[in-house]
Design a protein around this ligand. Structure first.
Ligand SMILES: [Zn+2]
Length: 262
């Protein structure tokens, strides 16, 4: 029998902590990652967004807590909004209103458990509208923590390492997966996946919901063959560094009814 003490990977990882440990930890900030389960072309798995945002948050919370923060990391929400993805099979989704309710219910639970600062970290492009709207809803309610959302925060000296633009399953996401879960990247399927062309070019200047099967017919867009694990590491560790700073500052800032102002 092993005499090794069983302890969480790092303090603040709620899923691996016990009741006594959580009480002793007495969190100041809660971190809620939002992932997604949806197709990512011929080369990346459905869980790509979830894997990415989970790694980003683990790095950020681990670092912030090592520096003195008391940030508590929740499990990643893996089914979020994919309304524009429904022409593809098993793009798992809940509606905008449902997602807003999930986000506000989580905030309400945080308040009940004595936490006054809440950070949603989003890893999926279908979620910003629900996140923004949920924050507005919370602002209209009493007994809600201060809440904000982010994709992660690049540090001041950060330079983006990617050469080819894509907002879905391109060089950026492929690079991240090559760093996080290389065994899940089908490297023999890397190619330049086409984007759909707009019939009305001025639509580039307005906001609309793009039917994803028309915008990225392969469920991936852009050149992926320049993806490397090193680029993925630069991106995730960079964004985690800025996020860890936010968590440390939030954790150390005293809460009162004027928060976040002095
Ligand atoms: Zn993605």
């Amino acid at each position: 029998m092993s005499s090794e003490k069983s302890v969480p990977a790092f303090p603040g990882l709620l899923e691996e902590m016990t009741l006594d440990e959580v009480r002793a930890f007495n969190p100041e900030v809660v971190v809620v990652p939002l992932g997604s389960t949806e197709p990512h072309g011929p080369h990346l798995p459905y869980g790509t967004d979830t894997f990415q945002v989970t790694r980003l948050c683990r790095l950020a919370v681990e670092r912030a807590n090592r520096d003195g923060a008391r940030a508590l990391l929740y499990p990643t929400l893996s089914i979020t909004n994919n309304a524009n993805f429904r022409a593809f099979p098993f793009a798992l989704r809940i509606g905008v209103r449902t997602l807003m309710s999930v986000l506000t219910d989580i905030a309400s639970q945080c308040w009940h458990d004595g936490v006054r600062k809440l950070v949603y970290v989003n890893g999926h492009g279908g979620n910003p509208a629900a996140l923004d709207a949920a924050l507005r809803e919370m602002a209209a309610q009493d007994d809600m923590p201060f809440a904000c959302w982010t994709w992660g925060i690049p540090p001041e000296d950060y330079t983006d390492p990617f050469e080819h633009f894509s907002d879905h399953a391109g060089e950026k996401e492929t690079s991240q997966m090559l760093w996080i879960r290389p065994e899940l990247v089908r490297t023999d399927k890397l190619t330049d996946n086409p984007f759909g062309e707009l019939r009305v070019s001025s639509l580039q200047k307005v906001s609309f919901v793009r039917p994803w099967h028309l915008y990225v017919p392969a469920s991936a867009g852009g050149e992926t063959r320049k993806a490397t694990a090193a680029k993925g590491e630069t991106f995730i560790t960079g964004y985690a560094e800025g996020l860890s700073r936010l968590l440390l500052e939030l954790s150390q800032a005293e809460y009162n009814d004027r928060f976040p102002y002095t």
